[in-house]
Design a protein. Sequence first.
Length: 245
Amino acid sequence: MRQAYQWLYRELDRGRTRRSAIRMAGGAMKAVVKKAFKTYDGLVRFDRENCPQEHVVVGMDEVGRGPLAGPMVAACVRLPYPIPLLPFLRDSKKLSGEEREDLALRIERTAVIMGYGVVEAAEFGDELNLHHLTFLAMRRALESAGIGGSVHLLVDGKFPLPDTALSQRAVIKGDDASLSIAAASVLAKVYRDRRMRDLHQLYPNYGFDQHVGYGTQAHREAILSYGPCPEHRKNFLTRILTGAQ
């Protein structure tokens, strides 16, 4: 897919239309390109069909609930209309790092509104549980973007955002259903990965640039060897530090 991704965006950046790009694609690549546009059409259609009249769609997603270290990050985004061609955009976990970085730049260039909400590692383990921290990150993203008025939130997950008067809908596996949620997923993932690379420069012993804070075997062994750093979520480390893995 990587080859088709690079080829298609190269042609689109040259000004080629969707139809002519499909016509030019040869062999097996044609099927991949056609499927990418079909998926894109489905994501766009979902946003249109799930937005009340007189409202505009804002997608919302978060990343980083489960890692042992680093922040949780939520992102919200409102794409313009007409919606830009963003084939291959989908759940950020299903994209390569290069694809995510490229798509994030394209979204940043075209988005009408974007916002990020961050819950730092030091905020984990207080009176708020993981569920509430997720909503806190999302509310911070909306606040940073100045979201209000006649918007309709499409929120990834089972639960809508509490304590808001905004029109909204929770969408299970929304980053594979909604273009706006997929865009928010990519923005949040890229933002967090950049943060983790920065943290690697401060705390190089833990390999944050490789596992971005998740509980890999190498990460667990580094915690046991060096102890936690200030960017570790202390309440996530109890089993590791007590040997009850």
